[in-house]
Design a protein around this ligand. Structure first.
Ligand code: FE2
Ligand code: FE2
Length: 294
């Protein structure tokens, strides 16, 4: 269990969700402040060595800055953009990530299969075959309470074994009684992600979209207290096409011939969302962030 960071009221952390402002008074419109909220930091798809090293380097400071109780990161692209090998997953967990979610790239590295069975803090989508290695949900303990995390894969263009809507209903039965629940919905189609947000509104604390690597401008709290964003973005190079060297992607589009992709390196940013949960696991605020790696 991780030691909880003390809350410093009236601090200058720069994020309004902690209930402070530069003058130490409540931001306009905030109303009553939950004295003991749960703060979740979610990092969008971490791409290759640039994204991985930036997250490892910056995470301890960011945990403190945001008063984060739990950190979740999508790691499906951590190892050269395709999958995540155990050593890289362990490095993220050691740096302060509490739960690693993944997606359609999780099966790219066979060495990860056994690791998925052994490490409870890394997930593959819940709606893959039940016979597949690993698990699709977990519960992480923190000083702020327990957080359930469910990883799902969209059915449009990605073809998981089972409907994410049917599967998440089953997953929630396993988490019955838990108030704080975050869902990483790793999906291609915006329509499917928006639909999942409405499907789970009032049932979970947060539905966070991943996979497209392009952050959307629709972060909100849905009725019933469910934080939502269609896509949280990417942790990686912006001098790229969604994390891949742009010249290689252009070559593929222009020639329509196979091209081996490589991870881009320049202009690295960390993107994601920070979420505040109030009573009964209901989200009261979600704010996207973008942080330059250097
Ligand atoms: Fe991805
Ligand atoms: Fe993906």
């Amino acid at each position: 269990m991780r030691a909880r960071q003390p809350r410093i009221h009236g601090c200058r952390c720069g994020w309004s969700v902690c209930g402070c402002s530069a003058a130490g008074s409540l931001p306009a419109g905030l109303g009553t402040v939950n004295c003991d909220p749960v703060i979740i930091l979610f990092f969008a798809d971490v791409v290759g060595k640039p994204g991985r090293e930036a997250l490892i380097e910056r995470l301890p400071g960011l945990r403190e800055q945001f008063h984060a109780d739990v950190v979740v990161a999508n790691g499906e692209n951590v190892t050269e953009g395709r999958g995540i090998k155990p050593a890289h997953a362990e490095a993220l967990l050691t740096a302060g990530v509490d739960v690693i979610t993944t997606g359609n790239h999780i099966w790219k590295l066979r060495e990860t299969y056994r690791y998925l069975d052994q490490q409870e803090r890394i997930l593959r989508p819940y709606n893959f075959l039940k016979s597949n290695p690993g698990r699709g949900l977990t519960v992480v303990e923190s000083a702020a309470g327990r957080l359930g995390v469910i990883n799902l894969c969209g059915s449009l263009y990605l073809c998981p074994a089972r409907s994410p809507f049917e599967a998440v209903t089953e997953a929630l039965e396993h988490l019955h009684g838990l108030r704080n629940i975050l869902v990483d919905f790793h999906a291609e189609a915006t329509s499917e992600k928006v639909a999942m947000g409405w499907f789970l509104a009032g049932q979970v604390s947060a539905v966070i979209g991943t996979h497209t690597h392009v952050r959307t401008a629709d972060a909100c709290v849905l009725p019933g207290g469910t934080a939502y964003i269609t896509d949280a973005g990417m942790c990686g190079s912006r001098d790229s096409v969604i994390g891949v060297k742009k010249d290689l992607v252009l070559e593929r589009f222009l020639t329509q011939l196979p091209v081996r992709f490589e991870v881009a390196e320049g202009d690295v940013w960390l993107e994601g969302v920070v979420i505040e949960l109030g009573s009964e696991g209901r989200a009261v605020r979600i704010e996207p962030f973008e942080i330059a790696a250097s």
